[in-house]
Design a protein around this ligand. Sequence first.
Ligand code: PMP
Length: 288
Amino acid sequence: TIAYLNGEFKPLEQAQISPMDRGFLFGDGIYEVVPSYAGKLVAGNLHAQRMNRGLSEIGIKVLAEESNWVAIAEGLLARNLDHLPDQNVGIYIHVSRGADTKRFHAFPEGVKPTVFAFAFSIAPSAVPDRTQAKGLHVQTQEDLRWRRCHIKSTSLLGNVMHFQDSFGKGINETVLYNQDGMVTEASVSNVFAVIDGEIVTPPLDNQLLPGITRHILINSIRKDGQYQLVERQITLEELKGADEVWLTSSSKEVAPVVMIDNQAVGNGVVGEVWEQVAKSYHTHKFSF
Ligand code: PMP
């Protein structure tokens, strides 16, 4: 595996960083995961823009010539596709504030950010078929992370703990709700539901990540015009009573949920609306 570190492509085993790196000591950094299929990135520019927004929000400055995220991702694809023969590849890009000489919370002056990236296999992207799709089982929990969830921070312990709680029970994800009982997102994905014939998803704010898959799905649904979609608050009760629930993320695309807290979603099988919108997603995803 060829990775990327601070301007150079090199074997992953040779990519080394300092233990004083603030990414290691504080989780002080921003990351992205960009999916690709057969060598083509999905929404590379949208991922690059979100990366730059996150970096500017936390005050990390990367030189323009070192922050061509799409070029780094394409460079990794070019060097790794031959040994990732299924051609479904995720690109992980991570920028930390860099290695200081001391452990001190305040942002250091004159420290160069660390830029690291590598490629890994992701699930294949098949044409959605509800007779074939395996529905996910999820649980719900109150969101116990921080209140800046719109930043794609590398500090993921809160997400890791919510995800592990479901994984340890042999289920797929933890859907999160806030103190007012409103669904926000899940530990590694965004949430959609079909309620009274309408597709709904929580509006963007500081309680959830502005998912790129979410963005592509919303715009694909609007382009095709077959269904109404609204961004609005969803209560936990509404979610549990929804006809369909789906999760979106770069590595799982649009995934149907069939069980929430041990109760069937709708009639307990993968839904029709899912098949239609997941097809829209599949058709349009390379045009963002
Ligand atoms: N929310 C959280 C907390 C996530 O970690 C992710 C991605 N891993 C998402 C939503 C989905 O974002 P995207 O569609 O950009 O992958």
